[in-house]
Design a protein around this ligand. Structure first.
Ligand code: GDP
Ligand code: MG
Length: 644
């Protein structure tokens, strides 16, 4: 006996304490903790069972009495130690000296949380009771399932209660105690149905039959069968208890007396005696069973709990990084903070512009987009060349009138050639400017994004950065446009290195031979000249002209395919971001402005605060868990046997 008690002290208590301490840290806000929830239809005897287990009178009576979830933490004290109670809810906490105060205090708490009257609330009232007469157990009492609303209750009170109950019992971490009176048909009780819905195999549901003294004559055998778990099978089985009826309360039968009476009742009962002998009956037996169930349940839940805490911690840490550090209170430190943030941003902007990896977990695919944009610019050049050539070929009929000068057939006029080249290149000017604008817009958007990301929570800072980005974009776009226009003006000078041109022309001529043998391109030209007859000489001249045009266009095309992106990159990326850096740092010189820049967005501030709290809670919880597994290392090898 003594060793059993010792085992109990060493093993059961720490387990339950661990979960209680996690709960009081508020970890329940982040993840579910192992718990036992008591559910049942109204007046099925839930509060009476809790009362019998805890030894304190709880509010009860007819109608809806339990209006908030009540967490009842019971802690066994050593023989002879004093009773002690504590009630806490929202921000209130009060010590209780006398068990007889409990009922009143709970009613007060309920009135504060759910309003005076008959409403309900989701918020938890926590009642701690330490005494030599209670088991080590934490139970959650829930409002009873009501079928109809009474006067003053909202129409949907039944649904509200059901939702509240479901919130608790759907969690894998909750064991449901379903309280069912012996005098009703168990199969039809709403509470059991609800428990079965969330736990179809009855893995974490335990049945408690109450009011055996009120059983209908003739149905006793049925009750015995139920407790023997052969009617509606639950893995955790059933227990049967008898609590104080209304009459006994009136007669002031004490809870201790009631326990004795209960024992006598079962022992002498013609049908239920067997249940007593088998250990399925009485409140003390129930207490034993529940404690062991809870401890086992906690042990089983620990690995998952540890894992969840780790995951949640990692998650909050990641989020905290996203929200960044909060600005310090000290004035000089604040400026330092601001400088750091701004420097990080401008450095990232410069990295972004040069296509380098960004720091602080920021990702950007801007260079990928720009590469595509510049590739499409090259395609524009090629397409424009092709259409231009086609147009000339179609105009071949008018070649004589339009282009031919005084030269003999076979000669091509250099001025004509120059004119045609200039016209062809001119067609690229507007598309080049358009490309500049497109890229400028892309870069601006990326920088905006970067500012938002870098200055999360500081709306004024984001705005200031964005204003600068926009102003610089405008300025640099004008500079780039003027450079591009100059380039196109320069392109009016028809020029390339002799060697380059000869090489291209030679290549072009060879290609032309191939085409002639292959497809007879001149025949195509001939056909397109309807009525007018084109002389063979003209055709030869035209062919020669086309070879020159194509050769030169290829060279210019290559030049512009590189030059335009270079100008755009130089102005819109390189120059813009260095200027952005300069201007952002200059902005910090203005001491009066810095405070405004550091003005924090309220919701972000709150979110950060919330995360910090959550992080603190979880870190503490992790420490508790580590301490626990260190202290109970030997515990795992000698786990308690759970009665089935
Ligand atoms: P709750 O609404 O589920 O919390 O039910 P209560 O615990 O308030 O009990 C409802 C009524 O049933 C009360 O009047 C209790 O005294 C009575 N009651 C509870 N258990 C027993 C029991 O085992 N026998 C008898 N005769 N009455 C009981
Ligand atoms: Mg109740």
């Amino acid at each position: 006996m003594n060793s059993l008690k010792q085992q109990y002290e060493e093993k059961v208590r720490p387990c339950i304490d661990l979960i209680d301490s996690l709960r009081s840290l508020g970890v329940e806000k982040d993840l579910a903790l192992p718990a036992i929830a008591v559910i049942g239809d109204q007046s099925s005897g839930k509060s009476s069972v809790l009362e019998a287990l805890s030894g304190v009178a709880l509010p009860r009576g007819s109608g809806i009495v339990t209006r908030c979830p009540l967490e009842l933490k019971m802690k066994r004290k050593k023989e002879g130690e004093q009773w002690h109670g504590k009630i806490s809810y929202q921000n209130n906490e009060e010590d209780l000296k006398d068990p007889s105060d409990v009922e009143k205090k709970i009613r007060e708490a309920q009135d504060k949380m759910a309003g005076v009257g008959v409403g309900i609330s989701d918020e938890l009232i926590s009642l701690e009771i330490a005494s030599p007469d209670v088991p080590d157990l934490t139970l959650i009492d829930l409002p009873g399932i009501a079928r109809v609303a009474v006067k003053g209750q909202p129409e949907d009170i039944g649904d509200q209660i059901k939702r509240l109950i479901q919130r608790f019992i759907t969690k894998q971490e909750t064991i449901s105690l379903v309280v069912v009176p012996c005098n009703v048909d168990i199969a039809t009780t709403e509470a059991l149905k609800m428990a079965q819905e969330v736990d179809p195999n009855g893995e974490r549901t335990l049945g408690i039959l109450t009011k055996p003294d009120l059983v209908d004559k003739g149905t006793e055998e049925m009750v015995v069968d139920i407790v023997h778990n052969v009617v509606i099978h639950l893995k955790k089985g059933y227990m049967i208890v008898k609590c104080r009826g209304q009459n006994e309360i009136k007669k002031k039968v004490s809870l201790t007396e009631a326990i004795q009476k209960e024992k006598a009742f079962f022992k002498d009962h013609a049908y239920f005696q067997i249940l007593h002998d088998e250990g399925y009956a009485t409140v003390p037996k129930l207490a034993e069973k529940l404690t062991l169930e809870l401890v086992h349940h906690i042990q089983r839940s620990l690995p998952r709990l540890e894992e969840q805490i780790e995951n949640k911690l990692a998650q909050t840490q990641a989020e905290m990084v996203k929200y960044g550090k909060e600005p310090p209170a000290d004035a000089t430190e604040r400026i330092g903070f601001l400088i750091d943030r701004v420097t990080a941003f401008t450095q990232n902007a410069i990295s972004l512009a040069s296509g380098e990896e960004l720091k602080f977990g920021v990702r950007s695919n801007m260079f990928f987009i720009l590469r595509k944009e510049f590739a499409s610019w090259k395609e524009t050049i090629e397409r424009s060349g092709v259409t231009f050539n086609k147009n000339i070929e179609q105009e071949v009929a008018q070649y004589e009138q339009k282009y031919r000068g005084r030269e003999l057939p076979g000669f091509i006029n250099y001025k004509t050639f120059e004119g045609m080249v200039q016209e062809q290149i001119k067609q690229l000017e507007e598309p080049a400017i358009l490309k500049l604008k497109e890229v400028a817009e892309i870069v601006k958007k990326e920088l905006f994004k970067l500012a938002q990301h870098s200055f999360v929570g500081f709306p004024n800072l984001i705005k200031a950065a964005q204003l600068k980005i926009e102003a610089i974009r405008k300025e640099k776009e004008i500079a780039a446009e003027s450079l591009l226009r100059t380039q196109f003006k320069m392109e009016l000078i028809v020029y390339t290195q002799d060697a380059t041109y000869s090489k291209k022309l030679g290549k072009r001529r060879r290609e032309d031979e191939q085409e002639y043998i292959g497809f007879g391109s001149l025949q195509v030209v001939k056909k397109s000249t309807n009525n007018t007859t084109t002389s063979v000489d003209t055709r030869a001249t035209l062919k020669e002209m086309m070879n020159h045009l194509k050769s030169y266009y290829r060279i210019v095309g290559q030049r512009l395919a590189d030059q335009i992106p270079l100008v755009i990159r130089y102005q819109m990326l390189q120059e813009s971001t260095t200027q952005l850096q300069r201007e952002m740092l200059q902005m910090l010189q203005d001491k009066e402005k810095t405070e405004a820049l550091l003005l924090e967005n309220c919701s972000i501030k709150n979110a950060r605060l919330h995360l910090q709290k959550c992080h603190m809670r979880l870190s503490k919880a992790r420490i508790r868990l580590m301490e626990f597994s260190m202290n109970t290392y030997s515990f795992k090898s000698a786990q308690l046997q759970c009665p089935s």
